[in-house]
Structures are given as structure tokens and as C-alpha cells.
Design a protein around this ligand. Structure first.
Ligand code: ATP
Ligand code: MG
Length: 355
């Protein structure tokens, strides 16, 4: 088990800075997920923790000790990648034990650890097969098994499920969460799938362009996003954003493009009179019984998912607006959006949250 700290970590490739002054603490035994769009620096940050990449500045600390100069193999870390890279000529048992064999672990010890890991992952019946005789999900399990046998202090996963089909992804997601529960080992998991982040993490770290936008518990980020990027990144379908303008007379009221006035929640730093704003409302909050604002929008498409319905409509500025209607979503030409102020998040046009 291990606690991890990133203190002022920066990373440049040549002159391009891809990670900027990152501060982060990952609690011992927690499941931390790095999430963000492609190219934002998730893998690079993970590789810096593993020691596969050197930081240009800052310190990586494991259990409060700086490990910048510690060899990757001595950091007590095991990494699982998207491409499982199993040796095709070895069977599962040999693949799982390979790292230990290279490290000089006695044979009996290797056998015991492989047996135990195979039991945890329920792949005992596959130990004598070669990778070519396995399904994608089974191969990914072997790759995880290869990490488990090393008994690491920290597991690092870099998009381990992205080669699997949708159904298998969901299944493996649950498996990895269960694994975390039973092992209690610190895990850091990289994905660009916000659903994986929301469902697996104790702590989500949302990254964009080399910077951590916000870190915290999934529901904390979901309900209290620091900015419009985090608000829009977490949640599916994503949060609706409406452009609005602050009243000119100093009242705490904004005007929607259709001229409708919407009361705003109390803001510690209210915007200037006449300033443009973004009002964020999630699809599940567009059908409130106690509406402070009502919009009637033309319907484009209705998705019936069985448990719920998503109505896609065209918003006041031509944007797509998604309204969740849980009980009823009959085919109609227009949808009534009913918005309650308490469920509205207010952002400046820069994306910063106005509180
Ligand atoms: N070895 C390298 N040399 C130069 N630039 C690099 C190198 N590795 C990564 N980069 C750049 O650093 C940035 C971050 O890359 P990184 O692989 O960490 O992104 P990522 O968030 O993992 O993206 P993805 O979701 O696509 O895997 C990208 O702009 C990438 O082009
Ligand atoms: Mg990556």
C-alpha cells in the first residue's frame, strides 16, 4: 500500500510543455482515475509516476519519499497497458510468472503467487493455454494477473479496457473495482471514458492540456464542478449550456436569448451588469416540478432507453439541448424544459464557475 504525491511536476518534450506544475495527492489504498481528452497528458503523468518518463521539474513521492532517482523496477509499482503485450509462445502460467523469474524469485514462490492470482481473477482453467487461445477479456485478465503476482504497492492502469467491446468493458470494469476492494492496493487508472471515471473512482482527476482542472470525489465534481470544462466532461449526456446576459440594473437575474428572465442563485462574486454568462443545467434537471424558468423547444429526436428517455431539442441559440423525461416522452413536436434555479450552475464565458 502506498500514498503518492506529485509536487510541482512539469514535463516538456523538447520545448513543448505537456504537463504543467502539477500538484496532486493520492491517498493510500484509494482508486484514483485520471480522465481527460486525448493528448491532455494522462499517460505521460502515469509514466512519470512509474519512472518510465523523467519529470522536467518537481518531485514524485511514494510514502513521502522522493523517488525521482529510484529505478522503475524498485518503485514497487506494476503497470497494465492497453496493449497487453503477452508473449505468444508462452502459456498463461509462464506469462504471469515471467517477471518474477527474471527477478530471480524461487520457483515454488512463483508457482504459489501465480496460483493465487489466477484464483483471484478466475482464470485457473486457462493457465496452460497460450494467448492466441484466449479472448480479449481473458488476455486482459492475464495482463492484470502478471501485475498482481508482483504484489506491488501501486497498480497503474493505462486505458486497459479500450481494446474490448462495450459489454466486456462493463464486465471488466466491475472486475477491476472488485479487485481493488479485495486487494486494497492503491490504484491509478487512466481513461478518457467519463463513465469509467464516475463508476470506478474514489478520486477523479480531470485533466486538460497538461493541467489538472479539478480533483475530487466523483459526485463532488459532478455536483460542484469548478468550471464549465469539468461540468461538461462528466455526465452523459453532457450538461446543457445556455448563453445568458446579466441584468443591466444590478438585479440578480439573467436574460435568456428568447428574452426570458431567469433568477440566479446567490453568487459571492456576482458578474457585472450586462455581462454574458453560461448557465449550465444537466439533462436530469430539465424536468423539475418546481420550475423557475420554462423553455419550449422544438424536438429533434427522442431516445427511449427503457429506464429513461432523452429528448434532443434545439436550444435558443441553435445548440442541442438534452432533456431527460423519466416517466413520459411521447412523440411531440415540442418539449417543455422546466429549470429549477438550485440545479443551475453559473459560469463566466471563460468557463470559470461563479459561486
Ligand atoms: N515522447 C514524446 N515526445 C514528444 N511529445 C510527446 C511524447 N509523448 C507524448 N507527447 C505529447 O505529450 C502530450 C500528452 O501525451 P499523452 O500521451 O500523455 O496524452 P494522453 O492524455 O495519454 O492521450 P490519449 O488519451 O490519446 O492516450 C501529447 O500532446 C503528446 O503528443
Ligand atoms: Mg494515453
Amino acid at each position: 500500500m502506498a500514498q503518492i504525491q506529485l509536487a510541482g511536476i512539469s514535463k516538456s518534450f523538447d520545448k513543448t510543455e505537456v504537463i504543467r506544475k502539477t500538484e496532486l495527492e493520492i491517498e493510500d489504498g484509494s482508486f484514483c482515475v485520471f480522465v481527460g481528452p486525448s493528448g491532455c497528458g494522462k499517460s505521460t503523468l502515469l509514466r512519470i509516476i512509474a519512472g518510465l518518463e523523467t519529470a522536467s521539474a518537481g518531485e514524485v513521492r511514494i510514502d513521502r519519499k522522493a523517488v525521482n532517482d529510484v529505478d522503475p523496477s524498485d518503485r514497487g509499482i506494476a503497470m497494465v497497458f492497453q496493449s497487453y503485450a503477452l508473449y505468444p509462445h508462452m502459456n498463461v502460467r509462464e506469462n504471469m510468472g515471467f517477471g518474477l523469474r527474471m527477478g530471480g524469485t524461487p520457483k515454488a514462490e512463483i508457482a504459489a503467487r501465480v496460483t493465487r492470482a489466477a484464483e483471484i481473477l478466475q482464470i485457473t482453467q486457462l493457465l496452460d493455454r497460450r494467448p492466441a487461445q484466449l479472448s480479449g477479456g481473458q488476455r486482459q485478465r492475464v495482463a492484470i494477473g502478471r501485475a498482481i503476482v508482483r504484489d506491488p504497492k501501486v497498480f497503474l492502469f493505462d486505458e486497459p479496457l479500450s481494446n474490448l467491446d462495450a459489454e466486456l468493458r462493463v464486465q471488466m470494469r466491475v472486475e477491476i473495482s472488485k479487485l481493488h476492494k479485495s486487494l486494497g492496493t492503491t490504484m491509478i487508472y487512466v481513461t478518457h471514458d467519463q463513465t469509467e471515471a464516475m463508476t470506478m473512482a474514489d478520486k477523479i482527476v480531470v485533466m486538460r492540456a497538461g493541467v489538472i482542472e479539478q480533483a475530487g470525489a466523483p459526485l463532488e465534481l459532478y455536483t460542484n464542478p469548478d468550471n464549465a470544462f469539468v461540468a461538461g466532461f462528466l455526465g452523459s449526456p453532457r450538461m446543457n449550456f445556455f448563453k445568458a446576459r446579466m441584468a443591466a440594473d444590478g438585479e440578480n437575474v439573467a436574460t435568456l436569448p428568447d428574452g426570458q428572465k431567469v433568477p440566479l442563485p446567490a453568487l459571492a462574486n456576482p458578474p457585472q451588469p450586462g455581462e454574458e454568462l453560461l448557465l449550465g443545467v444537466r439533462p436530469e434537471h430539465m424536468d423539475s416540478a418546481r420550475a423557475d424558468a420554462r423553455l419550449t423547444l422544438p424536438v429533434d429526436v427522442i431516445e427511449h432507453l427503457g429506464t429513461t428517455n432523452f429528448v434532443y431539442a434545439t436550444g435558443p441559440a441553435g445548440e442541442t439541448v438534452v432533456v431527460e423525461k423519466r416517466d413520459h416522452a411521447d412523440a411531440t413536436s415540442h418539449v417543455h424544459c422546466m429549470i429549477e434555479v438550485t440545479n443551475m450552475r453559473v459560469f463566466a464565458l471563460t468557463g470559470a464557475r461563479l459561486r
